[in-house]
Design a protein around this ligand. Structure first.
Ligand code: COA
Length: 169
């Protein structure tokens, strides 16, 4: 039986930390679905779901991963996983501070659909504390984000802020 896993998130934008989890998770399953939550989530997003999807696709291409696809979802994650025949939800853990939220989310998800297991992958040393909000803030203030995102994502972020400044003039 083909093993399918889902790696969900907002990915606003995808960072080297997310990309690292995608790469490692892709080696563990036949198919990995990167599940991008659309704008309907609680978080205020900077990039549209189509732009976030494009960034993830560029990362997948760059890493040459043939068993990874990106899908946009709305609603409950477990329902999305079930409707795509996924038996596992992947989440990355960066630090102890992630644990409470992640543990609660996995508990709630398993109460809703017990057959779907959550597997945590520890963040790699290089991406231990990176976050999408931090990257956006640095880019907005004109800082160098090369250590946190790929060149393609960096260019898209820089274009976004150059355009915002131009629009404000
Ligand atoms: N590397 C780098 N950054 C990481 C990371 C890693 N390995 N793991 C998490 N992060 C960061 C992200 O950059 C993000 O940073 P930000 O808050 O500064 O933007 C933060 O950690 C968490 O983001 P993410 O992993 O994208 O998850 P999320 O909390 O935005 O999304 C969902 C959570 C989408 C999985 C969850 O809201 C969900 O399942 N929603 C659907 C509704 C549902 O089913 N609800 C019931 C379940 S409780």
């Amino acid at each position: 039986m083909s093993r399918i896993a889902v790696y969900p998130g907002t990915f606003d934008p995808i960072t080297i930390g997310h990309a690292d989890i995608v790469r490692r998770a892709s080696t563990l399953f036949d198919t990995l679905i990167v599940a991008l939550i659309s704008q309907g989530s609680n978080k205020k997003v900077m990039f549209s779901s189509d732009k976030r999807k494009r960034m993830i696709e560029l990362e997948i291409q760059r890493m040459d991963l043939s068993n990874v696809v990106v899908m946009i979802f709305d609603g409950l994650l477990v329902n999305f996983a079930k409707s795509n025949n996924a038996s596992v939800i992947i989440r990355g853990l960066r630090a102890v501070s992630d644990f409470d939220y992640e543990f609660q989310m996995s508990w709630i998800n398993s109460r809703m659909i017990p057959e779907i297991e959550t597997i945590f992958l520890p963040a790699s040393k290089e991406a231990q504390l990176v976050s999408s909000s931090m990257v956006k803030e640095i880019a907005k203030l004109g800082g160098n984000i090369d250590a946190f995102v790929s060149p393609e994502v960096r260019d898209m972020l820089n274009d976004f802020f150059i355009k915002s400044v131009a629009d404000a003039l």
